[in-house]
Write a new protein. Structure first.
Length: 83
């Protein structure tokens, strides 16, 4: 997968981990999607846009897993923070 190669080249770029999480989620690979979203959160640091995007990706993973309450809590937190 091209994204996996990009992550090997730039392993500390949170946006690449978010994209990789999205790709795994689209393929129904929940465990990998979850792990990559968490990695993106860890790498986002003080960049608020990357931090928010990573958390919102984790919310997408939770939604796909049927964990709607957890997903909604994340979305509520970040909609208040951005608005």
């Amino acid at each position: 997968m091209l994204l996996e190669r990009a992550v090997r080249i730039e392993p500390r770029e949170a946006l690449l981990w978010i994209r990789l999480s999205r790709a795994h989620l689209a393929q129904g690979e929940m465990r990998a999607a979850f792990q990559h979203a968490r990695k993106a959160i860890a790498l986002a640091g003080s960049d608020s846009s990357k931090f928010s995007a990573a958390w919102l990706q984790l919310a997408n993973v939770f939604t796909a897993q049927g964990k709607n309450a957890e997903a909604q809590q994340i979305r509520h937190r970040f909609s208040r923070a951005s608005g």
